[in-house]
Design a protein around this ligand. Sequence first.
Ligand code: SME
Length: 160
Amino acid sequence: MYDFAADPAQPKAELYRELTAAAEALTAGESDAVANMANVAALLWQFLPELNWAGFYRVIDGELVLGPFCGKPACIRIPFGQGVCGAAAASGASQRVADVNAFPGHIACDAASRAELVVPVRRGGQVIAVIDLDAPREGRFEPDDQTGIEALARILADRI
Ligand code: SME
């Protein structure tokens, strides 16, 4: 549906503008949250280089529960406050971690993961989900990545 070949020379801001525009177009008018998260997980995987996991955890009854993703099978339930995802959900703040081995309580789903970016999706002031990206290279995620994923999270707030 979306053919896209990542160009390593493309400025990140431009890459994220394309990604958010594609996500906006793909989810417009569709009310099914699972369908929208599944397509956005696929877009993240397609657009962003150097990832080994990209997807969603949803807030259900006070804990994080695995949602649509691309990558290897992952932990299904994560309590608030645990690991990088749990820290993002509990604090409501994005977590950009250069080296997960140095993050207290990091939950290792895949030993290949070194860097992680977790961005909360908020609706009506509440965290309803987190977007989780994992990468095998230390320091993979830069401030531009965080800004780009936060823009995506705002678009998804009332679509997932
Ligand atoms: N590493 C995460 C757990 C989720 S997986 O990486 C997909 C964490 O510490 O929250």
